[in-house]
Design a protein around this ligand. Structure first.
Ligand SMILES: Cc1cc2nc3c(=O)[nH]c(=O)nc-3n(C[C@H](O)[C@H](O)[C@H](O)COP(=O)(O)O)c2cc1C
Length: 196
């Protein structure tokens, strides 16, 4: 006769669990915000004034191109120097250029129309960085010749960049400058302060 209360039971001591279990921190993925840099060269101050108006409206970082060997302060001399620089495709050395512009997506690039094109310091700047994946939006102060050939010159020097819609400003831009800048920024989808 079988005893109902007899049998074999296999037992094994439980292994102490030493491992601690922690919850993973949640990862928040945010869309990187578009960062804008204003870069400009100005000889007699008009482009500087426009750049500062843009800075006021955007809060963007600002870099003024200054030269190791500045141009003459005499109008007649700078006319000759600028023409000579253009003929020999000079690349005037920029003082303390930014080490990198990698963090910026959009570059607002300002310059005066010089002999119907860009001043050569703009060429130095464009050749110093990689503009792949970036947008360059030019603004140009002029005495009647608007952009001249400057947009073509920029496209050749930064072939990987997307060119935005440029703004040409007659000398300092006069009383409509703030409004012209604001409309131009909106057309190029550049954020004004407070609208992000
Ligand atoms: C060397 C030089 C060349 C210039 N060439 C032209 C030109 O070809 N066409 C034009 O419309 N204005 C020309 N200008 C006038 C400037 O574009 C204009 O005065 C501009 O507002 C200057 O900007 P800035 O004050 O930022 O230097 C020239 C000025 C200089 C000094």
């Amino acid at each position: 006769m079988k005893a109902a209360n007899l049998g074999i039971r296999l037992v094994r001591s439980a292994v102490e669990i030493k491992q601690t279990v922690t919850a993973h921190e949640s990862v928040i993925v945010t869309k990187p915000s578009v960062k804008t840099l204003i870069v400009f060269f100005s000889w007699s101050g008009n482009t500087r004034g426009i750049a500062h108006e843009i800075q006021k409206q955007t809060g963007a970082d600002l870099f003024e191109i200054m030269l190791v060997h500045p141009y003459s302060t005499s109008y007649n001399t700078v006319l000759m120097q600028a023409q000579e620089d253009q003929h020999r495709q000079a690349r005037p050395e920029i003082q303390d250029p930014p080490a990198s512009i990698a963090e910026y997506d959009t570059i607002l690039l300002g310059y005066p129309n010089w002999w119907a094109s860009i001043p050569m310091p703009i060429a130095t700047f464009l050749e110093s960085y990689d503009f792949a994946g970036k947008t360059i939006v030019p603004f140009c102060s002029h005495g009647g010749g608007r952009f001249g050939q400057s947009l073509t010159a920029i496209a050749k020097l930064a072939p990987n960049a997307v060119l935005g819609e440029g703004l040409s400003v007659h000398y300092s831009g006069g009383g409509t400058l703030a409004e012209d800048v604001s409309k131009w920024l909106a057309r190029n989808n550049v954020n004004a302060i407070g609208i992000i």
